[in-house]
Design a protein around this ligand. Structure first.
Ligand code: AMP
Ligand code: MG
Length: 356
């Protein structure tokens, strides 16, 4: 029997800079009462539930089709709320919070007993994030309870960076969607584990390794592996961020990569397969006339990985909408937030990376 997940969904179009107080109050009430509310953050949209309602937390997993061993991030509106969910708070947390919060950095700390086990999938740790988006901040402050929120997409699909993405995935399954237009960063937060000997990045994201090292020095460990088989954060083992079409990722110098893509393209052109190419504005291919079955999406400038981060998930979803059958993607330089873009593309590719 299919799991019952249906609900009547209220959708509010919210002003992203000055959210309407009546919408925020209603959404906060729904959260406190155990309902599910999708809301924008500066990274991607989140699907929130009150952490003190374990049944609601379980519903998040059901609604998303999220595996039960993939813990959720707890969202707070202020540093003052941290002792409510964390057993101990190391100096490194305070130093990083000073510099980067509110913002796209999630930190893992030892969990307080009072946080229900289902929130962190039975782990003794808890992931904490203080988002910067005005809608998220106001909603969390008004709700006045910690809110567990994974990305507001169906599990395995690209994360939502537009209200319409959330509506496509979750309408009829959650109580409320706050649509405040496009999110800013476009890839999820950096997940940093502060429970080990050294701070360690479990998932690259909006705050780069370079930025963290600037504050804490070289003690910050880079992700040891981006291996799909040996994930660091429990959630990283799943094929994620994936459009329907198979995606092949190419890593190397742009012109050499595009030459290789052109070679491979020939057979798809012959078979009249619909192909999408994800590349950068510096592309030579973008200047050429392409066969009609080939769509080219420019992620932005290779020199500004923030642009690719902002655009990536939207293009992956567009590929689905356009009925694309195969995707060739050019990897960005792995610097700054480019590392997070590379990581998401690599996961969307199920680890299929062609080194040129
Ligand atoms: P999402 O909210 O869908 O972007 O996923 C949250 C990410 O944070 C997943 O990759 C989780 O595995 C990771 N995460 C959440 N809580 C913890 C935790 N306590 N320890 C390690 N990783 C965590
Ligand atoms: Mg997610």
């Amino acid at each position: 029997m299919a799991t019952r997940t249906d609900a009547t969904t209220k959708i509010f179009r919210v002003n992203p800079d000055q959210p309407e107080a009546n919408y925020i109050e209603e959404a906060a009430r729904v959260l406190r009462d155990g309902g599910l509310v999708a809301f924008p953050t500066e990274t991607v949209y989140g699907l929130g539930a009150n952490i003190y309602r374990p049944e609601s937390i379980k519903r998040i997993y059901r609604v998303k089709g999220r595996p039960g061993d993939n813990p959720l991030i707890v969202h707070l509106y202020s540093i003052e709320q941290v002792p409510e969910v964390a057993e101990t708070i190391p100096d490194s947390f305070r130093i990083l919070a000073d510099r980067f919060l509110p913002g796209p950095l999630t930190m893992i700390l030892p969990k307080k007993q009072s946080v229900p086990a289902v929130v962190s999938a039975g782990l003794s740790t808890v992931a904490i994030r203080i988002p910067a988006h005005p809608v998220a901040v106001k909603l969390l402050a008004e709700a006045a309870v910690p809110v567990a929120a994974p990305s507001a997409n169906l599990s395995g699909r690209p994360s939502p960076t537009l209200g319409s993405h959330v509506i496509d995935d979750l309408q009829g399954r959650v109580e409320m969607i706050l649509d405040a237009g496009p999110t800013g960063v476009g890839v999820e937060s950096t997940v940093l584990d502060l429970t080990g000997e050294r701070p360690r990045i479990l998932r690259p994201g909006g705050i780069s390794l370079e930025m963290l090292r600037e504050v804490l020095g070289d003690t910050v460990e880079a992700p040891e592996t981006l291996d799909v088989e040996r994930p660091l954060a429990p959630g990283m083992k799943y094929r994620h961020y994936a459009p329907k079409a198979p995606l092949l990722l190419f890593h190397g110098e742009l012109s050499a990569v595009e030459e290789e893509i052109c070679k491979r393209l020939a057979s798809q052109v012959e078979a009249e397969e619909k192909v999408a190419i994800l590349t950068f504005t510096e592309s030579e291919l973008a200047k050429q006339e392409l066969p009609t079955n080939v769509i080219l999406y420019s992620l932005g400038s290779k020199a500004r990985p923030e642009e690719a981060a902002h655009n990536l998930f939207r293009y992956l979803r567009l590929c689905d909408q356009e009925g694309v059958e195969r995707i060739y993607a050019v990897a960005p330089p792995r610097q700054g937030v480019g590392e997070a873009v590379y990581n998401r593309l690599r996961k969307a590719a199920g680890g299929n990376v062609v080194e040129i």
